[in-house]
Ligand binder design. Structure first.
Ligand SMILES: N[C@@H](CCC(=O)N[C@@H](CS)C(=O)NCC(=O)O)C(=O)O
Length: 225
């Protein structure tokens, strides 16, 4: 039998990582108790690039989740794992079409927006490609606008849904809210995306999202830790 510590859920996280934020929301929505190990993505060239963390995730990215002695990386894989293992409080709706819709929204954020705007990509643009602040901002905004235009269309097609899909927050909301946080952080104009803003605001009023928010993490600057 696994030691008690092995059965606990451990999340490698950084307060401002939108990908870790997704997993924190999912853990909170599902009511799963978890501990965090903080990986500082900026200090000393980034703890994610040091050998100790590369042993956990060779890609050098957070989040990573450890449960029952297994390490899982990639926020989508982690959340799907949690959904399969902790079956209470599902994050996915019933029905193949509904599930595909939820995955389409989440995957569009996870695969088409965030990877293009990740810290390593922005640093490459600045340092290796010698791009200045305005160009980097234009790059960032372009991928947000392109992805959010599609997500807005899907959310607008179900105007009565209080969340991304249906009456309760689920997997797609775990991806939407951190991406809105990122867009706001980089000063993106979100006026063209009223459904995204409406759904995100509703989510952000819920305890699971408040507790997962970057500013409420123990490793956030100024946190009482
Ligand atoms: N596809 C990955 C993305 C993970 C990712 O991009 N993590 C960022 C923080 S949000 C990171 O660790 N960046 C460190 C770096 O770029 O050096 C996932 O969904 O988990």
């Amino acid at each position: 039998m696994a030691a008690e510590e092995d059965r606990q859920v451990l999340l490698y996280s950084y307060w401002r990582s939108s990908s870790a934020y997704r997993v924190r929301i999912a853990l909170n929505l599902k009511g799963i108790d978890y501990r965090q190990s903080h990986v500082h993505l900026v200090k000393d060239g980034g703890e994610q690039n040091q050998p100790g963390y590369r042993d956990i995730n060779p890609l050098g990215l957070v989040p990573a989740l450890v449960h029952n002695g297994q390490t899982i990386v990639q926020s989508m894989a982690i959340i799907e794992y949690l959904e399969e293992v902790f079956t209470d409080k599902p994050l996915m709706p019933a029905g193949a079409v509904a599930r595909a819709r939820v995955r389409s929204i989440a995957q569009s954020i996870c695969s088409e927006i965030q990877p293009l705007n990740n810290l390593a990509v922005l640093n490459f643009l600045k340092n290796r490609m010698q791009q200045a602040g305005p160009e980097v901002k234009a790059w960032y905004t372009h991928w947000i606008d392109r992805g959010f235009t599609a997500v807005e269309t899907w959310l607008a097609a179900a105007p009565g849904d209080p969340f991304c899909h249906g009456e309760s927050p689920g997997l797609a909301d775990c991806f939407l809210v951190p991406q809105v946080y990122n867009a706001e952080r980089f000063g993106c104009e979100l006026g063209a995306f009223p459904r995204i803003c409406e759904v995100a605001a509703r989510c952000r009023s819920l305890a699971a999202f408040v507790q997962a928010a970057p500013e409420n993490q123990a490793d956030a600057p100024g946190a009482a830790n």
